[in-house]
Design a protein around this ligand. Structure first.
Ligand code: AMP
Ligand code: MG
Length: 502
């Protein structure tokens, strides 16, 4: 389905990058059979210009970007000049998109390789928006500036909220226009990930028509992400169980901060357990479980409250790909896979309720906790209360009357919660400390994200974006200078739809 000979688009990206940056590349994915990827180089861009650089992330990777001039940095993060030795590839994968199976692959992304940090950690370094690949189908292989900045802002916010996620190292403008509904400034994002292996990569391997491909991929993933499982009695069943547990934990963490991914297709679910592929994602303001932001999610498949179910659905697709490895008897393999998948809701519920307990400062367990939580969430749904600010207000321990004035229902709930807190051992100071570490003051509110993207993309003004980035980098602090970013949108500011912008 693809021509796997290296294609050089231009001589431009054959020069080498300043060796003092500290790149240390390995290419373990490239050692897989060649049907897992296509070799190619990024298509050079006309006039690259740095928009944002993540120096903190660079430092944690053992990279020093300060040795590069502005121009060299732009050349590096546009793919015009490749670090040595980059072996750029586009990865093959498949996926269920809104329930429909399709062959996909990196249509606009290129993996440069895996950078090894000084402490021996391995991270994929990937360009997104770097030109056409054999998997581009009808796409132009490019990305617009606003969606790349959205990914940068939201992924860095998720990281600061302690939620597993891919990271963003740089965004450069290409100096070229991309044609969408209207011409938009083009950009390239440099993404850093534990890996880019997706449920869809397994679906692609399973589709190769022999059991070798799936075994090679599963062994690779165990080696790379789950090395403790190598000696398990049934390593592939253990792999399935661990991937299920990581996803249950991840989606519980999304739900606890009010995050909606928006496109939970199987190709957008990472086997490493990181949040990946930020498209029309957004955080809820007022609490409403039926919230959908994505313009393409017409039936609400990926609405807030449906995310755990959709994760389980995706994991069932993952389990299906592993069947030949689980047992030589097909019936036994199906029974093992079903048992593993049926355990998802319990894993999810355990993670979610323990997170909710931390949000409410409940440090031990009581039988009535689930009801206490449900009563609060029901009240919030009816009142359309701001989700983030309500929990943050509870953490500050103000009088109930100030949190929700003249509201008898809330007063009753608050009194019950207070007496529940008094029944547990330990100091109230500790309770409030834990609550303040569990309930962010700052999330990247959608109207603020859109405002920052529009300033950058339509007016070339980067200051709202830089300010928002500074605020979301420290989400559990009460910094008065960012108070305006904590205010929920006024009705006229509310954003009802977000767009992938692909
Ligand atoms: P996403 O919705 O971003 O997860 O992308 C789904 C699929 O569409 C992936 O295979 C992408 O590589 C591909 N894709 C998205 N945008 C483009 C584009 N502008 N050009 C080529 N392929 C694209
Ligand atoms: Mg994707």
């Amino acid at each position: 389905m693809k021509d796997n000979t290296a294609t050089k688009h231009s001589e431009a990206n054959t020069q080498s990058v300043n060796p003092n940056v500290g790149w240390h590349f390995d290419h373990s994915y490239e050692r897989l059979p060649d049907y897992f990827y296509a070799r190619l180089t990024p298509v050079p861009v006309q006039a690259p210009q740095v928009v944002v650089l993540n120096h903190a992330l660079a430092a944690s990777l053992g990279l020093n970007l300060r040795v590069l001039s502005e121009q060299e940095t732009a050349a590096l993060f546009s793919g015009n000049v490749l670090p040595d030795p980059a072996h750029p590839i586009a990865q093959a994968y498949a996926g269920h998109q809104f329930g429909h199976f399709t062959m996909l692959g990196d249509g606009r992304a290129i993996l440069l390789g895996e950078h090894l940090t000084p402490t021996g950690k391995r991270f994929d370094i990937q360009f997104k928006g770097s030109g056409q690949t054999p998997f581009s189908r009808r796409g132009d292989g490019r990305a617009a500036l606003a969606p790349m900045l959205r990914e940068y802002i939201v992924s860095e916010a998720m990281h600061a909220l302690n939620i597993p996620t891919t990271r963003s190292l740089a965004v450069v403008k290409t100096g070229e226009w991309v044609m969408r509904e209207k011409p938009l400034p083009g950009a390239i994002l440099t993404r850093v990930a534990a890996s880019h292996i997706r449920v869809g990569t397994f679906q692609y391997a399973a589709g190769q028509g022999n059991d070798t491909a799936i075994k090679i991929l599963a062994d690779y993933v165990i080696q790379r992400h789950y090395s403790d499982l190598k000696d398990a009695e049934n390593p592939y069943l253990s792999l399935l169980n661990h991937v299920i547990e990581r996803q249950a934990s991840l989606v519980a963490q999304w739900m606890l901060v009010g995050f909606i991914h928006g496109v939970m297709n199987t190709d957008n679910m990472s086997i490493s357990g990181e949040t990946i592929d930020y498209g029309p994602c957004a955080f809820i303001d007022s609490y409403d479980p039926t919230t959908v932001f994505s313009s393409i999610d017409q039936h609400g498949r990926y609405r807030y409250s449906n995310q755990p179910l959709m994760a389980q659905w995706n994991l069932a697709r993952f389990a299906e790909t592993l069947l030949p490895l689980l047992d030589s008897s097909q019936d036994k393999a199906v029974a093992l896979a079903e048992e593993a998948i049926h355990a998802f809701p319990q894993h999810y519920q355990n993670q979610w309720i323990s997170g909710m307990r931390r949000k409410l400062g409940l440090l031990n367990e009581e039988a009535g906790d689930a009801e206490l939580i449900a009563t609060l969430l029901n009240w919030m749904t009816q009142q359309k209360t701001d989700y983030t600010n309500l929990f943050r207000a509870l953490s500050a321990d103000g009088p109930a009357e100030e949190i929700a004035p003249h509201n008898a229902e809330f007063l009753t709930w608050h009194a019950k919660w207070k007496s529940r807190l008094l029944r547990q051992p330990g100091s109230m100071d500790n309770v409030h400390h834990i609550m303040q570490q569990s309930n962010p003051a700052i999330i990247p509110r959608n109207h603020r994200v859109e405002e920052a993207l529009s300033a950058a993309s339509d007016h070339g003004d980067l200051s709202p974006m830089k300010r928002l980035l500074a605020a979301v980098a420290d989400p559990f602090a009460d910094l008065p200078e960012f108070n305006d970013l904590r205010t929920p949108p006024a009705p006229s500011e509310r954003i009802y739809q977000t767009f992938c912008g692909t």
